[in-house]
Design a protein around this ligand. Structure first.
Ligand SMILES: C[S@@+](CC[C@H](N)C(=O)[O-])C[C@H]1O[C@@H](n2cnc3c(N)ncnc32)[C@H](O)[C@@H]1O
Length: 234
């Protein structure tokens, strides 16, 4: 059963774990992350990218870029006049993403750094858009709020946010067998499985974003949400 659970669900960290535990964990799996994760996650990530509507010339930030697959798509969409920045806690992921960008001939359009979020190491009002896939739900609740408030700060007025995350079931829906198993595993082995389902739309709304919209998807019966929002006009 667990073999079918996505890497996002299996690779989350314990909320009580320090970022250095997280870094060690992702460093260890960075070279195999795509093998574990991509088959399940790429459709949801692509939906989130599509909803971000990146335009040529824009500056976009990706938080938790992993192996860099979305960075390639973002750089292609922003074109030679645009620029993409990324931050990820794992130096292993940085290495894999750097190689991917070099092979795609896009290294000059993307600046990626290794660092732990929050905070975000950029001044206010820097980005036209921010992208996160299977990252927000890794943070404990208080830190999730900080990540979003930092995201709000670095976005320009009317900047766009696109978040893809494991989602809670909606009213009237029932947990699938896999969802029940996942929740059971999360309860009993939180040090291995913590990428818990969240109501991303609600936390994003609470952080002050407006025009919050949600599209629902599934990965092997596990609910996933692609949520978009904006910062208000100044
Ligand atoms: C589940 S993976 C998702 C990777 C990628 N976004 C994707 O969709 O394939 C989570 C990523 O977030 C990064 N990450 C986890 N906690 C972080 C933190 N506190 N600061 C920065 N990056 C973090 C991990 O190193 C990992 O690359």
């Amino acid at each position: 059963m667990t073999e079918q659970v996505t890497a996002a669900t299996l690779t989350g960290m314990d909320p009580s774990a320090s970022h250095s535990d997280t870094r060690t964990f992702y460093d260890r799996i960075s070279s195999v992350y795509d093998l574990i994760a991509d088959a399940g996650e790429h459709a949801a990530r692509d939906k989130g990218l599509q909803l971000l509507h990146v335009q040529p010339g824009e500056r976009i930030l990706e938080i938790g870029y992993g192996t860099g697959r979305a960075l390639v798509d973002l750089a292609e969409a922003a074109g030679p006049e645009g620029h993409i920045d990324g931050i990820d806690v794992s130096s292993g992921m940085h290495e894999v993403a750097s190689k991917r960008l070099a092979e795609a001939g896009l290294a000059d359009r993307v600046t990626i750094r290794t660092g732990s979020v929050p905070p975000l190491p950029w001044p206010d009002d820097q980005f036209d858009g921010v992208f996160m896939s299977f990252v927000l739900e890794l943070f404990p609740e208080a830190e999730m709020k900080e990540v979003l408030s930092e995201t709000f700060r670095v976005l320009r007025p009317q900047g766009r946010l696109s978040v893809v995350s494991m989602a809670t079931v909606q009213e009237g829906e029932h947990d699938s067998l896999l969802e029940k198993t996942y929740k059971w595993l999360h309860r009993h082995f939180p040090h291995i499985i913590d990428c818990r389902p969240i109501d991303a739309a609600e936390v994003i709304r609470s952080a002050g974003f407006c025009s919050v919209q949600e599209e629902r998807l599934e990965i092997w019966t596990l609910p996933v949400a692609a949520v978009t929002a904006r910062t208000p006009a100044s």
